[in-house]
Design a protein around this ligand. Structure first.
Ligand code: CTP
Ligand code: CA
Length: 235
C-alpha cells in the first residue's frame, strides 16, 4: 500500500531553488526578458517540500498563479526582478543551505544605461535604436567560487541545442566543468525526437563529466529525478 505522505528522504535538508526568468529594465515601462515560465523550478520546490526539505524558493518572473499553487508551509518565497537582485537573494538564501539549485533563466546581459523616463520616438533620433548591453554577473560561478561549506551541493541547469546526443553531452560536460558545479541538469530539448511539448527531458551530468541520470515526462517527474541525483551525489 502506497503511503499517502510519500517519501520523506529530503527531511532535514535546507534547499534553495531559483526559478523563472529575470527582467532587465530598459526604462520605467520596458525590460529585456526571456520566455522561462518558472514551472520546472516551482516543480523542484514543491517536490522538495513534499519530500520533507525546508525550501527557500527565489522566484524571478513567474506567474502569480503558478506561485500560488506552490504555496506551502515548507516553502519560503522571495521575489527578485533583475539578475543582480536574484544574485543577492540567492546568496542570502544559500547561507546555511545544504543544496542550491539554479533553475532560473538569468539574463546574460543587461542594458548599460536605464533611462529615467520612457524612451519615446521624440527622444530617440531616427528609425534605429542601438542598445548597449553589458554582461551580468554569473551567479552560479560566484556561488561555487565563494562556497565555504564543502558539503554544500550546487546544481546548475542548462538548456542546450545540439545536433546530436553526443554533442549535447559534450557541451554539458564542458559547461559543468566551466561552472564548477556538482551537477548540471541539461535540457534535452533540441535533439530528442518525438519530444512532447508539455513535458521536459533532461540528462544530469555528474562530477566526472558523465551522465549520471536521465529523466523525461512531467516537470514533477523530472524534479523528482533531479532530487534523486542530488541525494546520490551527496551519498
Ligand atoms: N546562470 C547564473 N548567472 C548567469 C547566467 C546563468 O547563475 N548570469 C546559471 C543558470 O541559472 C543556470 C546555469 O548558470 O543554472 C547555466 O546557464 P546557461 O545560460 O546555460 O550558462 P551560461 O554560462 O550563461 O552560458 P551560455 O552562453 O550558454 O548561455
Ligand atoms: Ca546564459
Amino acid at each position: 500500500l502506497a503511503l499517502v505522505e510519500g517519501r520523506r528522504d529530503l527531511a532535514g535538508l535546507v534547499v534553495v531553488v531559483s526559478a523563472g526568468g529575470t527582467r532587465e529594465p530598459l526604462d520605467p515601462v520596458r525590460f529585456l526578458g526571456n520566455r522561462s515560465s518558472g514551472l520546472q523550478g516551482v516543480a523542484l520546490a514543491r517536490a522538495a517540500a513534499e519530500r520533507g526539505a525546508e525550501v527557500r524558493l527565489v522566484a524571478a518572473h513567474v506567474d502569480d498563479g503558478v506561485l500560488r499553487d506552490a504555496a506551502s508551509p515548507r516553502i519560503r518565497l522571495t521575489r527578485a526582478g533583475t539578475a543582480a537582485e536574484l544574485g543577492d537573494a540567492v546568496r542570502a538564501a544559500s547561507v546555511g543551505a545544504d543544496v542550491v539549485v539554479m533553475a532560473a533563466a538569468v539574463a546574460d546581459y543587461r542594458p548599460v544605461d536605464v533611462a529615467d523616463a520612457k524612451l519615446t520616438k521624440e527622444s530617440v533620433p531616427g528609425p534605429r535604436l542601438t542598445l548597449e548591453l553589458v554582461q551580468t554577473e554569473d551567479i552560479l560561478a560566484r556561488l561555487v567560487a565563494d562556497r565555504t561549506d564543502g558539503a554544500q551541493t550546487i546544481v546548475g541547469f542548462a538548456a542546450e541545442t545540439a545536433p546530436t546526443r553526443a554533442e549535447l553531452l559534450e557541451r554539458g560536460r564542458r559547461k559543468r566543468e566551466r561552472k564548477g558545479v556538482d551537477l548540471l541538469v541539461v535540457n534535452e530539448v533540441g535533439w530528442s525526437l518525438g519530444f512532447e511539448s508539455g513535458d521536459n527531458a533532461v540528462v544530469v551530468i555528474g562530477r566526472r563529466g558523465e551522465p549520471i541520470a536521465e529523466a523525461s515526462g512531467s516537470k514533477r517527474a523530472v524534479a523528482d529525478a533531479v532530487w534523486d541525483a542530488v541525494l546520490a551525489a551527496r551519498a
